[in-house]
Ligand binder design. Sequence first.
Ligand code: VTB
Length: 322
Amino acid sequence: MDRNLALNLARVTEAAALGAAKYMGRGDKNEADQAAVDGMRRMFDTLNVDGVVVIGEGEMDEAPMLYIGERIGKASEGSPKLDIAVDPLDGTNAVAKGLPNAISVVATAPRGCLLNAPDMYMDKIAVGPRAKGVVNLDAPVKENLINVAKALNKSISDLTVTMLERERHEGIIRECRELGVRIKLFKDGDVGAAIATCFEDRGVDILLGIGGAPEGVIAAAALKCLGGEFQGKLVPYTEEEAERCKKMGVDTDKVLLLDDLVKGNEVLFAATGISDGDLLKGVRYFGDYTARTHSVVMRSETGTIRFIEAIHRLDKKPDYAK
Ligand code: VTB
């Protein structure tokens, strides 16, 4: 895999972030999402890849761009054939309201390597490298928490669990409180939260709970690069969703391990902050038509993690300056 492609993916998420960030706090999540999609699509068109979107904005009839099955990149002979997973704006509500943790993300792997997760819910567990191998999504919550605390050499009261603030998590929250761990709830953006478990200074040790399945595959791609562990289980809420899982050949009783979600070791991942978050700083606008972005780029093959702060001259990039 061309290692410079990883850096080009940062250009893709930067373009999406610069597009969406202008809409922060304006109350219109669709407008922000569209700007992220436009920025991302435009930059993808400049890359020498033969890509197929396997996780994207929706089915062809509901998404004009970055829809599942769409071919992207300017493919030529010898271009890498890739599966592409995108979430141009994870945290549409966060941008619309000016709240934290909105990011733009993209992950790629060779064709056929990313699980084509349908747009439904997924039960998730994510931990960083030091707790790899000690969690099991099928085990009771308390058992996982005790095992992670042990692996991190922390007392249980110092362990921090993070999850989406949703009513469906009341049961897990109760169990966490009975055990006495710390809890950090967030409103949107479980991709960034899963990644944060891999950085000790980000203040969260384990992600639990149910979020979007597409976001689960994207988070798994990142955790593969970071050497963490991610497990997921599709949670169909309707007959139709259950049928869809069956057709895909996914057993909803089975825990999907990292290699079921993201096969092989040629994974590339990039993310750029849109609003300030635990993982990345948001887009900042300075005088003289400049803006700063903060991104992370990773490759699973070498495990290199790059944080990139970029200063953009918006007057020289008319597409961003609108
Ligand atoms: C999560 C979260 C996303 O969707 O996956 C969530 O990470 C799941 O859906 O940022 P609900 O909002 O229905 O709980 C998002 O909030 C939006 O994609």
